[in-house]
Design a binder for this molecule. Structure first.
Ligand code: AMP
Ligand code: ZN
Length: 444
């Protein structure tokens, strides 16, 4: 039975803030926004762009609506500002950095002073406690450590919440089982794709479910569907909580599901979230989907205002059962920049995932390949079958192939070629899954 089925005893780390009335929360946001603008004005980048937009001092922000006077910040701005264009404190006060190399080679780098790290750990701990964990839990952090924020971010939050943290990092699946058995792991942090791999490996290696005490998983860092969540929950018999993080906003701990598992609470005393239409950059109507824009209120060393996350989501309009007043974000459906255009049709990889992961005959991995055939784009969806299905038995195979093809065609209006592969044969990655292989020539 999952937590959602039981009557839940909701837990809070900072109930006075988490359940703060909206008017007080918004007053707190305004005062923190002014502080963040003050920090930003000390950086070379915002020291230039804010005065040009008419914001010369924090007092030029008089209401929360004034946030719209602040220009958006993009990943490109951060790259151009490399290495110190976004730093607002003397470098001797910086105690850590995290960086993501991205695709163009220039890293986007975030610097933290010690107060920043404390605040980040506090938000992260709020997520962990809010997901029902206590000091008696053992957290195995199965995600990359190093420059990526997921490792150290979750690690510090786990310690702050009083859990015992096992810094296992990603990969080495057999060792992960051993750690779970040896130390009685009750909760893991991972990408959803690695969790599916763990489950398949568990069966392959004959690790019995009874030999581990796992109850929960925090899954994030990449988009996944509700079907994938349910699949992991069912196969591993655990509760899976969606975790949203982005390195420009510290990393994990930005928005997280509570025990209700129904949307991710954005910690609005630490981050201001806006949803805009990515074409017009105007706010969408309440509850509608658009691009998430985030302003970091909790980091002095590298303040970032109105960051274009490129993530597509929206806010729930109805309150959560848990009584928190911080609004919830819906599961991300994709990014404005991972949208595929296949013969003129816009397709998000998550739409394909929803179809294949929704079928019980399908295994735990899939790959989207795009090729050019003559002038036309060809979509090939490679799908692993479940472990009980034999690829050389052609009749059920053909039926399954046809079922996937037809369902995809109805959903995305593109007719794909479907290939079935044996369980465990498609490539897996230890970090974020690479679901799309686009082999189309770039200049056509
Ligand atoms: P990074 O800056 O490397 O941490 O990557 C951040 C990006 O990962 C976000 O902008 C999202 O596109 C993606 N991401 C992180 N968590 C989630 C999640 N729970 N659901 C969907 N996408 C996510
Ligand atoms: Zn809630």
């Amino acid at each position: 039975m999952t937590e959602a089925d039981k009557s839940i005893q909701f837990q809070y780390r900072s109930p006075e803030i988490e359940k703060m009335p909206r008017n007080e929360l918004e007053a707190l946001q305004l005062s923190k926004l002014k502080t963040a603008v003050g920090w930003a004005l000390r950086t070379p980048h915002y020291g230039r762009v804010l005065p040009a937009a008419g914001i010369k001092s924090p007092d030029d922000i008089r209401s929360l609506a004034d946030i719209r006077k602040i220009p958006f910040t993009t990943k490109e701005d951060l790259r151009k500002g490399f290495p110190y264009g976004f730093v607002s404190v003397p470098l001797e006060d910086v105690v850590r950095l995290h960086a993501s190399s991205g695709t163009t080679g220039t890293p986007t780098t975030i610097y933290y002073n010690s107060a920043d790290l404390k605040r980040w750990a506090d938000y992260m701990a709020r997520c962990i406690t809010g997901a029902g964990c206590t000091k008696s839990d053992v957290l195995q952090n199965m995600i990359s450590y190093g420059l990526f924020t997921g490792g150290l971010g979750m690690h510090s939050g786990g310690e702050e919440a009083g859990l015992m943290v096992i810094p296992s990092a990603a990969g080495n699946t057999s060792r992960q089982f051993k750690l779970m058995q040896d130390y009685g792991t009750t909760v893991v942090h991972s990408t959803p794709s690695f969790l599916l791999h763990v489950e398949a490996k568990m069966r392959e290696e004959g690790v019995s479910r009874d030999s581990i005490k796992l109850k929960k998983a925090f899954a994030g860092a990449e988009p996944y569907s509700e079907d994938t969540r349910r699949r992991i929950e069912k196969l591993l018999q655990i509760d899976v909580y969606n975790s949203y993080g982005i390195s420009e906003m510290n990393g994990p701990g930005v928005a997280f599901e509570c025990q209700a598992k129904d949307g991710m609470h954005l910690w609005e005393d630490g981050y201001i979230g806006e949803i805009v239409d990515p074409k017009t950059m105007e706010p969408v109507k309440d509850g509608e989907t658009g691009e998430l824009i985030l302003t970091c209120l909790c980091r002095e060393a590298t303040p970032i205002l109105r960051y274009r996350t490129r993530d597509l989501t929206g806010f729930y309009t109805e309150p959560c059962k848990c009584g928190r007043t911080h609004r919830r974000l819906r599961r991300m459906t994709g990014r404005t920049d991972d949208m595929l255009i296949i013969n003129g049709v816009n397709v998000f990889p998550t739409q394909i995932e929803e179809v294949v992961m929704g079928m019980k005959e399908v295994g735990n991995n899939y790959l989207i390949v795009l090729e050019k055939e003559g002038v036309l784009d060809r979509l090939i969806v490679k799908v692993e079958v479940g472990p009980d299905i034999f690829v050389d038995d052609s009749r059920p195979m053909n039926a399954l192939k046809e079922k996937i093809r037809k369902t995809l065609q109805t959903t995305i209006t593109v007719n794909p070629r479907v290939e079935l592969h044996e369980s465990g044969s498609l490539p897996i990655s230890e970090g974020k899954a690479k679901r799309v292989q686009d082999n189309r020539p770039k200049d056509i």
